[in-house]
Design a protein around this ligand. Structure first.
Ligand SMILES: [Mn+2]
Length: 406
C-alpha cells in the first residue's frame, strides 16, 4: 500500500496581510498530480488544515474541493485530523458527506468513527482513537491522536509544581494514550499512527532551552507508539524525521513557506510504501515553490526602488532591508508598493547604528533572546525580572514561534 503524508496546509493563511490562497490552490493542483502519477492509495493530512478556527469561505471551498478530487469517488481513503489551528468541531461538521467519499475527519483526541462503508472501502472495527480499515486485500490499523491539548483531552496537567514537571506529565500522558491504543496493532496488518504534536528533539542547545521550558506541550520521542510502522506527524513546518527513535516518525512540514525563516530548505510530501511486518519505505517528493520569499538587502532607498522595478515580473514575496540614514518618505513607500505590491515589509536599517560596530551586532547574535530581554528589563527598570516574569516572556516568545512553526 502506498500512502501520501502531508500536513500543515494552513488554508486561508496570510503573510503580513497578504493572502496566500492562490499559492495554496496551486499546491492542491500539484498535489493531485503527485497523487495520480504515483498511484497513491491513501492520504494522511496530519492537522492544521486551516490557519484559524474560523477560516474564510474560499479556504473551506478549497479544502472540500481538494478532498473530492483526491478521493476520486471514494477509491482513495483520506484521513485528516485537527491540528492546534483547527476548530475540531468545525472540521467534522461535514463528516456525514465526507464519509461517503472515503474521507475520515477526526476533530478531538478521543474521536471515533462508524463501522461500515467509507467510500469504496470498509471500516471493520473502530473505537476512541483507533480504527481498522479493509483496503482491497490489506488490513490497516490506524491509531489517531488529533491535537491533544489539555482542553481537547478534557484534562488538566497543571497540578505539577513547575513547568518541567508539567511537561513531563503531559508527555507521559500522551505516551500512555499511545501505548493503550497500540494494543490494536496486529502483526498481520499495516500499522499506522498519526498525530499533531511537538516531539522534543534529542539535540537541544542552551539558547533553545528557555523557549522549550516556556511551552509545556512537548512529547518525548520514546513516548511514540512502538509498534507503528509509520507515524505521520504534523505541527512543525520543516520536514524532518524525528530523532531519538528509529526512522519511523516524520513531520511532512507545510507545503508552502509560511515565514521568512523557512527560506533555506525545500518543502515536500512523503510517499510511504508499507506492507505488514516490514519497515516502511519513505520517499521525499519535493514540492514546487511557486512564489518564494526573498529578503532584499539594499544599500540605499534608490537601490530598493530599482530592485522593485526590476523584479516586477518575478513571482516572489520580498522583505526589503534598506540601509539608510533617514526614514523613507510616504511617497517613496507608495512608489515601492506600487512597483512591487508583493513587498511584505520595508525595514530601514540606520547606518549610524550599523557603524556602532560590527562587533556589537555579532555579539547580539551570539546571545539569545532571553538574555537580551533580561538585559533590556534591567536597563529600563533598574531591577532584575522575577523568574515568573521571565517564564511568562518565554511563553509569549514560544507562542509567537509556534504561529510561525506550527
Ligand atoms: Mn501548523
Amino acid at each position: 500500500m502506498r500512502i501520501l503524508h502531508t500536513s500543515d496546509w494552513h488554508l486561508g493563511k496570510h503573510l503580513e496581510n497578504h493572502s496566500r490562497i492562490e499559492e495554496q490552490e496551486k499546491f492542491i493542483d500539484d498535489l493531485i498530480e503527485i497523487v495520480e502519477e504515483n498511484n497513491v492509495d491513501m492520504i494522511l493530512i496530519a492537522g492544521d488544515i486551516y490557519d484559524t478556527s474560523n477560516p474564510p469561505a474560499r479556504a473551506e471551498k478549497l479544502f472540500y474541493n481538494s478532498l473530492k478530487r483526491l478521493s476520486n469517488g471514494g477509491e482513495r481513503v483520506i484521513v485528516a485530523i485537527a491540528g492546534n489551528h483547527d476548530n475540531p468541531d468545525r472540521i467534522i461538521a461535514s463528516k456525514p458527506l465526507a464519509y461517503e467519499h472515503g474521507v475520515i475527519l477526526l476533530g478531538k483526541p478521543n474521536s471515533s468513527i462508524e463501522l461500515g462503508r467509507v467510500g469504496k472501502h470498509e471500516i471493520l472495527d473502530a473505537g476512541q482513537g483507533y480504527f481498522e480499515l479493509q483496503y482491497k486485500d490489506d488490513r490497516v490499523v490506524f491509531v489517531t491522536l488529533p491535537y491533544p491539548s489539555e482542553q481537547r483531552l478534557n484534562e488538566v496537567f497543571k497540578e505539577a509544581k513547575d513547568i518541567e514537571e508539567m511537561r513531563r506529565s503531559y508527555s507521559q500522558r500522551v505516551g500512555h494514550i499511545f501505548s493503550e491504543l497500540s494494543d490494536k496493532f496486529r502483526d498481520e496488518a499495516i500499522n499506522i499512527a498519526t498525530s499533531h504534536i511537538f516531539v522534543a528533539g534529542g539535540e537541544t542547545t542552551d539558547s533553545e532551552r528557555p523557549i522549550q521550558i516556556g511551552g509545556g506541550l512537548t512529547v518525548d520521542a520514546n513516548m511514540l507508539p512502538e509498534k507503528a510502522q509509520y507515524i505521520a506527524l504534523g505541527h512543525l513546518h520543516r520536514p524532518q524525521v524525528v530523532k531519538g527513535i528509529d526512522n519511523r516518525a516524520y513531520y511532512s512540514g507545510s507545503p508552502l513557506q509560511y515565514s521568512k525563516s523557512e527560506r533555506s530548505y525545500s518543502k515536500c510530501v512523503y510517499l510511504v510504501d508499507i506492507e505488514p511486518g516490514k519497515d516502511a519505505e519513505v520517499e521525499e517528493i519535493l514540492l514546487k515553490n511557486r512564489k518564494p520569499i526573498e529578503v532584499w538587502k539594499c544599500n540605499s532607498i534608490e537601490e530598493a526602488i530599482n530592485k522593485c522595478e526590476e523584479s516586477q515580473e518575478r513571482e516572489v514575496w520580498a522583505y526589503l532591508e534598506i540601509k539608510t540614514d533617514r526614514v523613507l518618505t510616504q511617497s517613496e513607500i507608495k512608489e515601492i508598493k506600487k512597483l512591487k505590491p508583493d513587498v511584505l515589509a520595508i525595514n530601514p536599517i540606520f547606518e549610524d547604528i550599523d557603524n556602532a560596530g560590527d562587533n556589537e551586532v555579532d555579539e547580539m547574535k551570539e546571545r539569545n533572546i532571553m538574555e537580551l530581554f533580561e538585559e533590556f528589563y534591567i536597563s529600563e527598570r533598574k531591577a532584575r525580572p522575577t523568574q515568573e516574569f521571565m517564564e511568562l516572556f518565554a511563553k509569549i516568545v514560544n507562542e509567537e514561534g509556534e504561529e510561525d512553526e506550527a
